[in-house]
Design a protein around this ligand. Structure first.
Ligand SMILES: [Zn+2]
Length: 505
């Protein structure tokens, strides 16, 4: 008897529909899995056989051929356990239901027949829906994550035995349901707030602009003046995440298995990798290519504290993904594309001792040391940072009596500026000012004569690159949006120029 069961395999974030064909015939007894399975899939036959036996079903001594098609795609992972088991049971006549054409099965079996939760359920479910599949059977612990996808019936099961009964119409299992609105309407709670930061209003303003337009930003200042403290509070003013973007972010976390308790990520990610991070962990890769920190920060923030401590080669590898907003990891069998549209926030000291230009202490570094220190961060990487701000030395106590703005007050303005951008760029496939290309800059960052002259003067005096010129325009566009102004004015240009503090030196 022959049976055909549908399942999904993943290549990076992309799901591919596969057919699991099972044929049982007389002949030399044994199990054979063909169709480019990896070692993990090949080993699954022992698990599947034992799981079926432990459901109280006798496997006859026959020839079992299991074919995974299309044959040219490598099949990895243990989630093909379930479709193979169901295929075998259907070919044996134990599962009596005839029509399984519109059903996808995914799940790993344990030896006693229980279903274990797996990674990557969300991208698999999205792919199933895209292929017109009506129902997806997943491990019970993954059901909520799958049910986030609208338009497909999700059934969560806890064991093979339960599933056999369900497919034979002996029991009912309720369709899984998730209330998306409820997930999004949860009020954000953070245990940190911008009002904890006393003073530093100029830097706070710069961070608000950066977050509003999704501009990469570098903070330069002496140790202990609150760079890290402020950077961490960026998480509390990030704009709302739309449902579509939330799905995109959750897909990445799903293949990492980080969605167990948080089956839909509704907040923008904020990642702080340590400076000893390897290139593979930052960019992505490995034997089975996994997304790196740059992809885990997708639609959110990647914060690199003490930029100069990072390995130069690791930083160099950031250039491409910052530009392309995605990363391509090539392997012999396939290439994997992971999105990496993140906002880079970085901090560094002005010199090795940290006190160059400080009023508190005298810098002890030689010119050679200072140049060497700065050259660790390559020009091309700096060139991809829209805003550079100096964090001044401010005596903490002198500001402690002032009332500080709360994160939720700042966040309101950020959300408003983001909404303006989303609306304006709806037709152009982008969401923020930082994504503007030259053509769109010419269209949306028009300057009056006074502003144009001002910018040209600065441009010539500082001998800036064309790239920097456009960065200033993009940041000025964001400042105008925060002002609710349709046109960029002189004040906006003047303020945007201030955020190029490294160019002035
Ligand atoms: Zn120094």
């Amino acid at each position: 008897m022959l049976s055909v069961i549908k399942s999904i395999v993943l290549q990076g974030l992309e799901g591919i529909l596969v057919n699991v064909e099972v044929d049982i015939s007389s002949g030399m007894p044994g199990w054979q899995i063909i169709g480019l399975p990896d070692i993990g899939v090949k080993e699954s036959k022992e698990r599947i056989r034992t799981a079926i036996k432990n459901c109280g079903i006798d496997l006859l001594s026959r020839k079992y051929i299991i074919n995974l098609s299309p044959a040219d795609i490598r099949k990895e992972g243990s989630f093909l356990d379930l479709p193979i088991a169901i295929g075998v049971l259907k070919a044996m006549g134990i599962i009596k239901i005839k029509e399984l054409k519109n059903v996808v099965f995914i799940g790993e079996l344990s030896l006693n027949g229980d279903l274990k939760s797996i990674n990557g359920v969300l991208p698999m479910c999205i792919e199933a829906l895209r292929n017109g599949i009506k129902k997806i059977i997943v491990p019970k612990n993954n059901a909520k994550e799958a049910a986030v996808v609208n338009g497909i019936e999700v059934i969560g099961v806890s064991s093979l035995k339960e599933l056999i009964c369900y497919l034979n119409n002996e029991i009912l299992i309720k369709r899984e349901f998730v209330n998306i609105n409820q997930l999004f309407n949860k009020t954000d709670s953070f245990d940190i707030d911008f009002s904890d930061v006393k003073g530093q209003n100029g830097v706070k303003r710069a961070l608000e602009i950066a977050v509003s337009g999704f501009h990469n930003i570098l903070m330069i200042g002496s140790p202990g003046i609150g760079k890290t403290m402020m950077a961490k509070r960026i998480a509390t003013i990030l704009p709302n995440l739309s449902f579509e973007d939330a799905l995109e972010v959750t897909k990445i976390y799903s293949i990492f298995g980080n969605t167990k308790d948080n089956y839909l990520i509704t907040k923008r990610p904020f990642r702080i990798p340590h400076h000893t991070i390897s290139k593979v962990s930052l960019i992505g890769g490995g034997r089975v290519p996994k997304p790196g920190e740059i992809s885990l920060s997708h639609k959110g923030v990647l914060f690199l504290d003490e930029l100069s401590e990072f390995d130069r080669n690791v930083l160099e590898a950031l250039r491409g993904p910052i530009e392309d907003k995605k990363v391509l990891i090539s392997r012999i069998q396939a290439s994997f594309m992971y999105p990496s549209n993140f906002m880079l926030v970085a901090s560094m000291n002005p010199c090795p001792c940290g006190y160059l230009g400080s009023s508190e202490r005298k810098c002890k570094c030689t010119n050679f040391q200072i140049n060497n220190y700065k050259s660790k961060i390559s020009g091309p990487l700096l060139d991809r940072i829209d805003m550079q701000v100096e964090v001044p030395n401010i005596k903490y106590n002198s500001f402690s009596k002032c009332i500080q703005e709360t994160s939720s007050q700042i966040r309101k303005r950020v959300n408003n500026a983001r909404d303006i951008q989303i609306k304006r760029y709806k037709k152009y496939g982008i969401q923020t000012n930082s994504e503007l290309d030259t053509k769109l800059i010419n269209r949306f960052c028009k300057l009056d004569k006074v502003s144009k002259d001002l910018l040209n003067q600065f441009f010539e005096r500082m001998n800036l690159s064309a790239r920097t010129y456009f960065k200033i325009l993009k940041v000025a566009r964001t400042i105008a949006d925060l002002d609710n102004m349709e046109n960029i004015c002189k004040e906006h240009i003047l303020e945007a120029i201030q955020y190029r503090s490294l160019d002035e030196k």
